[in-house]
Design a protein around this ligand. Structure first.
Ligand SMILES: [Zn+2]
Length: 148
């Protein structure tokens, strides 16, 4: 089911809550989030963008789709890369955002198992964009000064 994308910036600036139970209801939400992202040709989506303040993000760096529950960055290098980004919740808007080029992350998968990964390139960028959503941070709130 394709869900409505929230564009209410006051709602999107709220912080999401840790997911405690990973059950069929949550898996259905994830499946709807994937469908919604694909319908809008997005490369990532977060639960608050479909109206749920839960720590769930989906990242599609290329053809594969990754689901991260309760995601966090555990370490990063100091190398920043600036690139133009858009956001499904802010149509017809883009801005240059600096992100860490390489990050190590942890999260849970849909079966509740812990995932640890090292991300770089577009994968790392989209992950950081979606993680920002869980903290109520939008690209329109980010500094766009070039660091690299
Ligand atoms: Zn976004």
């Amino acid at each position: 089911m394709i869900l409505d994308i929230i564009q209410d910036l006051d709602f999107l600036r709220k912080k999401s809550k840790t997911v405690i139970v990973i059950d069929d209801e949550l898996r259905e939400l994830v499946s709807n989030m994937v469908e919604t992202m694909e319908a809008h040709n997005g490369v990532g989506i977060s639960a608050p963008q479909v109206g749920l303040l839960k720590k769930i993000i989906i990242v599609k760096p290329e053809n594969d789709i990754f689901v991260f529950i309760n995601p966090s960055i555990t370490s990063y290098n100091s190398n920043m890369i600036s690139m133009e980004e858009g956001c499904l919740s802010i149509p017809n808007y883009s801005r240059v955002v600096s992100r860490f080029s390489n990050i190590k992350i942890e999260a849970l998968d849909l079966s509740g198992s812990k995932i640890k990964m090292e991300l770089s390139g577009l994968f790392a960028r989209i992950f950081q964009h979606e993680l920002d959503h869980l903290n109520g941070i939008l690209i329109s709130d980010k500094s766009n000064k070039k660091i690299d």
